[in-house]
Design a protein around this ligand. Sequence first.
Ligand code: C5P
Length: 404
Amino acid sequence: MLANKNVLLIVSGGIAAEKIPELISKLTSRGCKIRCILTNSGSKFISTDELTKLTRQPTYQEMFFKNKNDKMEHIYLSREADLILVAPATANIIAKIANGIADDLASTTLLANDKPIFIAPSMNVMMWRNHATQVNIKKILEQRVIPIGPESGLLACGEIGEGRMSEPETIVKYIENYFQKSSDLKSLSGHKIIVTSGPTQEPIDPVRFISNRSSGKQGYLIAHTLSKFGAEVVLISGPTSETYPKDIKIIKVETAEEMLEASISELPSSVFISVAAVSDWRVESVPLNKIKKNKMNEINLTLTRNPDILSCVSKAGSLRPNLVIGFSAETENVIKNSKIKLEEKGCDWIVANDVSDGFGHNTNQVHIITKNNIDAWPKLEKSEVALKLSQLIDNFLEKQNNAT
Ligand code: C5P
């Protein structure tokens, strides 16, 4: 269950840090890949060198990178992890999580994190029972942070009561259970879902093209999340610089006509999601050779309309998926224009977003527009938009399944 799982282990300053070598060895022997962040007080109990030796991975402690080409550790360390474990978790780091304090690499990573967080508290019994700590524990439960322990017993300070960090074996069991449960959560298995993503490129001649702005990130994250839900995902992608996961079927295309052909040939499917920024026009006649600029100061291109893939799939008769979702990037009148699109293209939902402040951000603020409803979502990470959308699709298919 733990094979190939990435755990980001944050070690804060408690005496229970002496159990960390045992914890790391239990996790790595089950195939887990561990990277550690050490707090300054954690480093009084265990060294970065020791953690690096045990995990065979670099250990991180400093917040600010030395040169501008270094990666932003507080972001990428959590993005690359499947789960974050804080062990031992002192009253101090719990207070930081509860109150959004980010004053070192560990707490900043926890604040910038998009993964489940487990904490294994470790402190004196009075610190644990202190009203402030208990308020903080309540707060972190609301943030869906999962505490493991603490246990009762003889504490390092000689007092007796709650505050002992759970044994490494117990912590490993919790983590195993978590991964077991999430692998059982394959509620979309048996459903094929087609996702189009990225821009299309329409050639002007063999070396030039016209295209749309699109990173392909949102489409890729949707495909990835749906595949985690157990769906058989086909991602039809225009040219992007995203690295696509190997467990998803990818069909790489360049033009709108190629994207249409790939989309139709993959039908039937349960769901079709058109995230791609399809070029509305293509050059009517593309010469075989490169157009030589020295022969002309001006060039007139005759553009012809590309097929609308979303409309074609929405109107595919018996091949029409049960749920067809379009995206709508607008710079003005977002809702009004998107409602018109929903009607004209014949899809079921439109995910509308305002792109007046540009492209390529990691966040998205969208409205989910259906025939009878408009739901405004807050500004979210693109990965969270993908998760919420996948949950919505899952609910829709489950309801439909129950109705038949
Ligand atoms: O018409 P507009 O481009 O604003 O519509 C956006 C939606 O339609 C997106 O879901 C996009 O993927 C889809 N679309 C398409 N084929 C086109 C143009 C847009 O599938 N030729």
